[in-house]
Design a protein around this ligand. Structure first.
Ligand code: FAD
Ligand code: NAI
Length: 470
């Protein structure tokens, strides 16, 4: 057998890559991880999940103080925004967590190769001036913002920004236009709306949050509108010009037609993300990407090139940190000769707005389609949060929990929730689905009172019989 520097080299230290590297080391493999950023943790820890949640959490407190929610509970306050300090706590969160990964690398004896890696051959990469060889190489290079033709992002100027720029705005824009009513647009649009910006969201499709359950998309639209976000649906942005600190957007109906203009102090481009493969030297190992620029793999995360595997945002599937992490564990286990499992049918998605929006499994539309269009084969039950005692007591009446089950077998096919803590509640649905639960299994499971989670139990009760509280 050839002599390699390492058993495993992981390229990229995001949630996919750093988890793969740590698991490989835990399994006794000599492991290195190449990362070009100055800090570990990838998009998620540096400019994604973590800093966005830091701003969402802090702005939620500000809004609760400013919009009368606190006053309605007998807490009279007049909040004053200290944006610099709010950014400070965001940076502290990022700093603490990225350093935590560095600590874990040292603890598990994972070598961090600092620099961007490029393939020389299937077992050799260049990282800066260094050449590193490994028996197995895992590509975990993640994704970056999809550009919009005719719209130039300049995060330094803070007028036309992407998600990274939108996390760092030094002042609250008077008027912000968000291009794209997906997860980033709604999360970061919510942050700046709460801090005082007028927010208009321009969405190409006729509804926000593509891919989510139809009812959820409609209800989310209603709630965000009530919160003050204005939506321009079925509309596309064809260009943005910037003069000084002002942007002018040109909009057109998605189906074509007369154009109009819209002024803004800040424009957030959030129309999706695309896989990172540029500069990786894939051509040197004969590894092609698919039409969407992704690297295709089999269930063991093997690419078409022997010895090279790929995980996370760079391969097909939802671009989510927890999906990347689970693939990171599984790929290391396959490399170590074990069986790595990721059930791609049970990957939750959560939008961390207020209320949160979460789902796992099939949407109602997908379930009916899978049943050959026969609606009678799918049972759906919805329980409103307004009828849940804890949500009601907490003044959180918006949203519902929806359970979708197979009419014949009662097996749960999907669960969707809009509720303040929907992101946490959905974990229960994931476990239930992982165990092949029926709606009856959930309905007959004792849930603590008073909790938001009781809404899932009651929704499940409604699939075959009746919930108690509506
Ligand atoms: P990444 O995290 O993108 O990491 C890849 C790493 O590889 C990067 O650090 C990059 O520098 C490095 N790299 C790239 N090329 C090379 C190379 N040639 N050599 C060396 N290093 C290289 N997901 C959630 O699940 N929950 C959330 O709340 C959430 N919030 C988000 C908020 C925002 C604003 C954004 C932008 C994304 C969010 N995501 C969220 C998505 C999540 O960040 C990604 O799905 C996740 O980071 C993907 O992990 P990954 O390991 O595949 O790639
Ligand atoms: P997205 O795919 O969620 O939404 C993009 C939206 O832009 C879509 O609704 C699309 O129809 C619309 N769009 C596309 N072109 C357009 C145009 N020209 N004009 C107007 N609208 C247009 O992408 P987003 O929000 O950029 O997020 C990228 C990825 O990051 C997501 O896939 C998500 O998985 C991940 N992410 C996850 C988070 C979470 O889990 N909470 C938070 C933030 C990001």
């Amino acid at each position: 057998m050839a002599d390699y520097d390492y058993d495993v080299l992981v390229i990229g230290a995001g949630p996919g890559g750093y988890v793969a590297a740590i698991r490989a080391a835990q399994l006794g493999l000599k492991t290195a991880c190449a990362e070009g950023r100055d800090t570990l943790g990838g998009t998620c820890l540096n400019v994604g999940c973590i800093p966005s949640k830091a701003m969402l959490h802090a702005s939620e407190y500000f809004d609760a103080a400013a919009n009368g929610t606190m006053a309605s509970m007998g807490i009279d306050v007049s909040p004053k925004l200290n944006l610099e300090k709010m950014h400070g706590q965001r940076l502290d969160a990022v700093d603490g967590l990225t350093k935590g990964i560095e600590f874990l690398f040292k603890k598990n004896k994972v070598d961090w190769k600092k620099g961007y890696a490029s393939f020389v051959d299937a077992h050799t990469v260049k990282v800066g001036d260094e050449t590193v060889t490994a028996k197995d190489i895992v590509i975990a290079t993640g994704s970056s913002v999809t550009p919009l033709p005719g719209v130039e992002v300049d995060n330094d100027k803070q007028v036309v920004v992407d998600s990274t720029g939108a996390l760092e705005l030094k002042a609250v824009p008077k008027k912000m236009v968000v291009i794209g009513g997906g997860v980033i647009g709604l999360e970061l649009g919510s942050v700046w709306r709460r801090l005082g910006a007028e927010v208009i969201c321009v969405e190409f499709l006729d509804q926000i949050l593509p891919g989510m359950d139809g009812d959820v998309r409609k209800e989310a639209n209603r709630i965000f509108k009530k919160q003050g976000i204005e939506f321009r649906l079925s509309t596309k942005v064809t260009g943005v010009t910037v003069k000084g600190k002002k942007a002018t957007l040109t909009l057109e109906p998605a189906a074509g037609g007369a154009s109009e203009t819209l002024e803004a102090d800040c424009v957030l481009v959030s129309i999706g993300r695309r896989p990172n493969t540029d500069g990786l030297g894939l051509e040197n190992i004969g590894l092609a990407t698919n039409q969407r620029g992704q690297i295709e793999t089999d269930h063991e995360f093997r690419t078409s090139v022997a010895g090279v595997r790929a995980i996370g945002d760079v391969i097909p599937g939802p671009m989510l940190a927890h999906k990347a992490e689970d693939e990171g564990i599984a790929v290391a286990e396959w490399i170590a000769g074990e069986t790595g499992i990721v059930n791609h049918d049970v990957i939750p998605s959560v939008v961390y707005t207020l209320p949160e929006i979460a789902g796992v499994g099939l949407t109602t539309e997908q379930a009916i389609e899978k049943a050959g269009g026969d609606k009678a084969k799918v049972k759906v039950s919805k329980f409103p949060m307004a009828a849940n005692s804890r949500a009601k007591t907490n003044h959180e009446p918006d949203g519902f929990v929806k359970v979708i089950a197979d009419a014949e077998t009662d097996r749960v096919l999907g669960v969707w929730a809009i509720a303040t803590v929907a992101g946490t509640m959905i974990a229960e649905a994931c476990v239930a689905m992982e165990f092949g639960a029926t709606s009856e299994d959930i309905a007959y499971t004792c849930h603590a009172h008073p909790t938001h989670a009781e809404a899932l139990k009651e929704a499940a009760m409604g699939v075959r019989g009746k919930p108690i509280h509506i």
